[in-house]
Write a protein that binds this ligand. Structure first.
Ligand code: TMP
Length: 236
């Protein structure tokens, strides 16, 4: 198997394979926040994010939503279709938390009148700023038509995830998606869906079961990720 490191991000490494259309993702234990300013190695985090992401992408596929995901090949690795990641973070929110709480001055935990979708520019030097549609178009990241499609798909994914998570006692507060462009030019869901990129709260206690435990020094980070994994696997 050819094995060239193509890209190393904060939480994952991407390697080539013998098939030019397929790459191998290796999930790292590295955990960062605030643009990499805060950093720690958390034993077992890579494995949990690989397992949880594989679970979500399989689940979405079963519900008619394709992604770059091909299959999990080891505890920490998966094969995915090779795409050009669009530097756009598509954030969907059901409940106020994090940066939205600061932006609106609304308290964390308040339910939004309806789910909202926001776009952020994936650019560490700029600190991933929020983008209005006109900025997305000016940067030529997506057309108006594509933005509308991304919004619709994000809301559809939100609906599927809410239906999956509610019976497991998990509140999906918000989550971030990334998309890649295929050779044909069309958008394909990519990257990961894990406690690194979502906010999950226990429905009874509001306990945080995601990366906010790390961002806010709450401790028990991997235990929380393991709890999400346990619940996802509890009904099969
Ligand atoms: P925010 O409230 O900090 O804007 O985060 C919204 C959601 O996006 C939350 O589920 C965490 C996720 N997120 C990432 O996946 N990567 C990031 O770099 C940031 C800032 C947020």
């Amino acid at each position: 198997m050819s094995d060239t490191l193509l890209y190393e991000g904060k939480a994952k490494k991407i390697f080539s394979t013998d098939d030019p259309e397929i790459v191998r993702i290796s999930y790292k234990n590295d955990t960062t926040a605030f643009n990499g300013e805060k950093f720690e190695q958390l034993e077992g985090k890579g494995q949990l994010n690989n397992e949880i992401t594989s679970f979500f992408f399989n689940y979405l596929e079963e519900h008619g939503i394709s992604s770059h995901f091909v299959r999990k090949i080891s505890e920490t690795e998966q094969l995915v279709r090779r795409v050009e990641i669009v530097p756009l973070e598509v954030v969907t929110r059901n409940i106020v938390a994090g940066s939205l709480s600061k932006r609106l001055g609304w308290e964390e935990g308040r339910k939004l009148p309806k789910p909202i979708v926001e776009f952020y520019y994936k650019d560490d030097e700029l600190g991933d700023p929020l983008l209005a549609d006109v900025h997305v178009q000016t940067l030529e990241l997506a057309t108006t038509f594509e933005l509308e499609k991304l919004r619709r798909q994000a809301l559809e994914i939100n609906q599927h995830l809410l239906e999956l998570l509610e019976p497991l006692g998990l509140l999906l507060v918000d989550f971030k998606l990334e998309f890649g462009r295929e050779a044909s030019g069309s958008f394909l869901l990519a990257d990961e869906i894990s406690p690194d990129t979502c906010r999950f709260w226990d429905m009874e206690t509001n306990e945080k079961l995601d990366k906010d435990r790390f961002r806010r020094d709450l401790g028990g980070v991997t235990a929380a990720y393991a709890e999400v994994y346990r619940r996802l696997n509890s009904n099969n």
